[in-house]
Design a binder for this molecule. Structure first.
Ligand code: ATP
Length: 193
């Protein structure tokens, strides 16, 4: 199965791009959503996360995301160790899922495609790029967050320059160039792989 990784910073529009690919009948794997699902449902993962972060990591509703975020925010080494548990589990789940699809190619959407190393499993990578001011406006509108919080998140992520350098294809989601024709053009290129 041909695997395409789609990435982009917060508010770049990667989920929107993936929704268009879904309309073209291309299966899309949302890594963020699936990682959360696995952390709640996979018994081995739950036990390893519990060993790393303590029993407070889970409540009766599942992973206590506020607690986990607070713990790893103040301890980069702990974040590294948590990622070393979660990322391989997501990779395995993605690989299994990809092999069960019937399609010319499949997509993995990940905000941290390059940072997590998942790009090495992909045949091609795509970066969704949008100017910072537009991304901030979109996220403030979508999530009712304040500008400073979005800026802090952007500062914490890989830069667009680095994404552009590393990706095979670029989609401009800047509200100047029409997005759907770019996606259709990319789709036709990917069908040739
Ligand atoms: P995150 O990393 O925060 O999940 P994302 O990169 O997946 O963000 P989206 O959720 O797709 O981004 O888009 C962010 C917001 O911007 C959404 O409300 C979406 O409807 C809007 N948006 C995305 N792309 C465009 C576009 N090309 N034109 C106008 N609005 C857009």
């Amino acid at each position: 199965m041909i695997k395409i990784g789609i990435t982009g910073g917060i508010g770049s529009g990667k989920s929107t791009v993936c929704r268009v690919f879904s309309l073209l009948d291309i299966p899309c794997y949302d890594s963020d959503r699936e990682a959360k699902h696995l952390m709640n449902t996979d018994a081995v993962l739950r036990s390893r996360i519990g060993d790393l972060l303590g029993p407070e990591a889970y409540t009766s509703d599942g992973l206590d995301r506020a607690y986990v975020s607070a713990r790893v925010f103040e301890d980069p080494e702990l974040l590294h160790r948590l990622n070393a548990i979660v990322h391989p589990a997501v990779e395995r789940d993605f690989e299994q899922w990809a092999e069960s699809q019937r399609s010319p190619y499949v997509i993995e959407e990940s905000a941290i495609l390059f940072e997590s190393g998942a790009d090495r499993l992909m045949d091609r990578t795509v970066a969704v790029i949008a100017p910072e001011a537009i991304r901030i406006r979109r996220v403030c509108l979508r999530d009712h967050r304040d500008e400073a919080a979005v800026r802090a998140r952007i500062a914490n992520q890989m830069s667009d320059e680095e994404r552009i350098r590393r990706a095979d294809y670029i989609l401009q989601s800047d509200e100047r160039e029409l997005l759907i024709p770019q996606i259709l053009d990319l789709h036709h290129q990917l069908l040739q792989l």
